[in-house]
Design a protein around this ligand. Structure first.
Ligand SMILES: Nc1ncnc2c1ncn2[C@@H]1O[C@H](COP(=O)(O)OP(=O)(O)OP(=O)(O)O)[C@@H](O)[C@H]1O
Ligand SMILES: [Mg+2]
Length: 281
């Protein structure tokens, strides 16, 4: 069963002079096991959209359902693991252990089960066990982000919702967290990530939702996204599109440097074959 949003609108500071319409008429369906990228410029409404998924915000009009459940229900909250844009904002316990164990204990799992989940989640985010007794607020920004992700993973959610999960991490951290997310997805969890880091995320994404000024400007596969000419794109894909527009017959639907290289080499060999057969005539 999916997350379904029907005709959802949301405004901040409703009926005050500061009223801001953040989302308008959103219709969206996210299936279990999908890897979805939510793209859009600053202020487009991406974070607001994520907060509607777990009932942190309620729609002004329309409905949000998680596997048919109302987002305010406890069961819906258990199914959604959330990592906020500012990871530090969601930490509140005295130790990293308590932080990660909080979700499982709160949802009624035994201490033993909670401990197993803490260790599993810690490993998934590449932190070692010496971290467990540390105060989360003494950690670096990147470590806090990993702890926030571990807390969400400890619930073994059906939908993992992340707001800029690799921003602020060093290159090794980025690579590790992307690997974790891929693994989580491969195990059947939907991963829904707001990101500006197209270079890192694009190869993993299956579906793209582009938000522009509070509305969905595009939703569909990344191949279709490419055909529409929408931006943003990863730099390597933009380059391939530019080459195609300038007459080189490459397929621009590639998202990594390695794939771009293979595609360019393929086109080169086609061109070489054609020129040899032409000179042979
Ligand atoms: N707490 C709030 N009170 C009032 N207005 C808000 C609040 N949070 C967001 N907004 C406004 O709602 C709109 C959408 O904001 P949102 O944070 O969802 O955008 P975003 O796409 O996540 O942007 P960014 O890429 O900068 O994180 C913006 O106009 C923003 O100024
Ligand atoms: Mg945001």
């Amino acid at each position: 069963m999916p997350i379904i949003l029907e005709n959802v609108s949301f405004s901040y500071s409703k009926k005050t002079p500061l009223e801001t319409s953040a989302l308008r008429n959103i219709n969206l369906r996210i299936e279990k096991g999908e890897f979805v990228g939510i793209l859009g410029e600053k202020g487009a409404g991406k974070s607001t959209l994520l907060k509607l998924f777990n009932g942190l915000l309620n729609p002004e009009t329309g409905t949000v359902r998680v596997d048919g459940l109302n987002t305010s229900s406890r069961e819906a909250k258990r199914r959604i693991g959330m990592v906020f844009q500012q990871a530090a904002d969601q930490l509140f316990c005295r130790t990293v252990y308590d932080e990660i164990a909080f979700g499982p204990l709160n949802f009624g799992y035994s201490r033993k089960e909670a401990e197993e989940r803490v260790l599993e989640a810690l490993e998934a985010v590449y932190l070692d066990q010496t971290m467990l007794h540390r105060n989360p607020f003494s950690l670096s920004g990147g470590e806090m982000q990993r702890v926030a992700l571990a807390s969400a993973l400890a619930l073994r959610p059906d939908y993992l919702v992340l707001d800029e999960p690799i921003t602020g991490l060093d290159p090794v951290g980025k690579k590790e967290i992307l690997e974790t997310l891929k693994k989580v997805k491969d195990e059947g969890t939907a991963v829904i990530a707001v990101t500006h880091n197209l270079k890192g995320f694009f190869p993993l994404l299956e579906k793209i939702v582009l938000i522009r000024e509070g509305k969905i400007a595009f939703q569909g596969t990344k191949e279709d996204y490419l055909k529409t000419g929408c931006v943003p794109l990863p730099p390597i894909t933009s380059l391939m599109r530019e080459l195609k527009e300038r007459g080189l017959p490459v397929n621009p639907a590639v998202f990594t440097v390695e794939d771009a290289l293979q595609e360019i080499l393929r086109v080169r060999s086609v061109i070489e074959k054609e020129s040899t057969s032409n000179t042979g005539k």
